[in-house]
Ligand binder design. Structure first.
Ligand code: BDR
Ligand code: CA
Length: 310
């Protein structure tokens, strides 16, 4: 088993990522779910995380984190995720509130006390992770890998920048420059896993309450992507992180240097991916560039089926 902390802003695809990590097919030990301001305000993201936890019967702490990016003003994505951050399906009010304390302290405490290494899985802006690395740099050697969704060689929030990195590029810079190994699922990879109508129809046949919830998420998310980007479905970006942890062979990687732009007028929040190794800088990232789509959806369907008894 591999110990993980899911740092997220649920978020349709964040919720799906949690469901994958917590499924019976997963060997991950979830130490906790930490939330961050991103898709919507952190308080809403926390409520969504708690709702998902109740739905799937997951018993792990949920700890709220940063209310805003390090330097920037808040930027939210209600155009994509709706007012609640997880519009579409309706889930009951959470049975519990978040655990006490702050996400940044939880991350530091877990990394300092648990036996062995921990994998951090950020699927929102990198504010909490950067703050933890800044507050307690000694935790670095306890981080196995940072498996994140963010960036890419093109943008979805500006023509050049992806949302998670754009929201808090300073935090992303701290993370990519930390010396901790990063496995990166940027738009180059995540746009290869679009939940098209065909995929939606296939998954809608899985008959259990978790699968039904995921189907409803995909329908809403797909409609938003169609309106906003003209896509025929939503890319389930964040799910790539936990699908990778279940089955790394689904993806092909290039070991490259990635740097984050924090100054450009048109390029703020760009991840500069040195694919041709022109900088001579030491590779700090495994950059996912290819997905085995058939196997991805097969495994994803099995993950949903594994919730039959919940
Ligand atoms: C990322 O932004 C959010 O809207 C999604 O949850 C994902 O983490 C994609 O750019
Ligand atoms: Ca997210």
């Amino acid at each position: 088993t591999r110990k993980v902390i899911l740092d997220c802003d649920p978020g349709h695809d964040d919720a799906i990522s949690i469901i994958i990590a917590a499924s019976k097919l997963s060997h991950l030990e979830i130490l906790g779910i930490t939330t961050v301001a991103g898709n919507v305000e952190v308080e809403k993201n926390t409520v969504n995380a708690l709702k998902v936890k109740d739905l799937i019967g997951l018993d792990v702490p949920v700890i709220q984190g940063a209310k805003r990016p390090l330097i920037n003003k808040m930027e939210i994505a209600t155009e994509i995720h709706g007012e609640s951050g997880m519009d579409g399906p309706t889930l009951p009010h959470p049975k519990s509130t978040a655990d006490s304390g702050h996400a940044v302290d939880f991350i530091i405490e877990q990394l300092s006390t648990v036996k062995g290494k921990v994998t951090l899985v950020p699927t929102g802006p990198l504010t909490n992770i950067a703050l933890a690395l800044m507050k307690a740099p000694e935790i670095k050697h306890k981080i196995d890998e940072i498996v994140l969704m963010g960036g890419g060689t093109f943008g979805n929030w500006t023509p050049t920048a992806e949302f998670n990195i754009f929201v808090d590029a300073e935090a992303a810079k701290v993370v990519f420059e930390s010396g901790v190994h990063v496995t990166m699922f940027g738009l180059d990879a995540t746009h290869q896993v679009i939940a098209t109508k065909e995929v939606q129809q296939r998954l809608a046949k899985v008959d259990n309450k978790v699968a039904k919830f995921v189907s409803e998420l995909l329908v809403f998310f797909g409609e938003m992507y169609e309106d906003y980007f003209g896509f025929e479905g939503g890319p389930i970006h964040d799910a790539c992180t936990t699908m990778y942890l279940l089955k790394p062979e689904l993806f092909d990687f290039k070991h490259v240097n990635v740097a984050v732009e924090t100054k450009g007028e048109l390029t703020y929040g760009v991840t500069s991916v040195d694919l041709l190794k022109v900088t001579g800088k030491i590779p700090n990232t495994h950059f996912a560039y290819k997905v085995d789509q058939e196997e991805f959806w097969n495994l994803f369907e099995s993950v949903l089926q594994s919730y039959d008894e919940v």
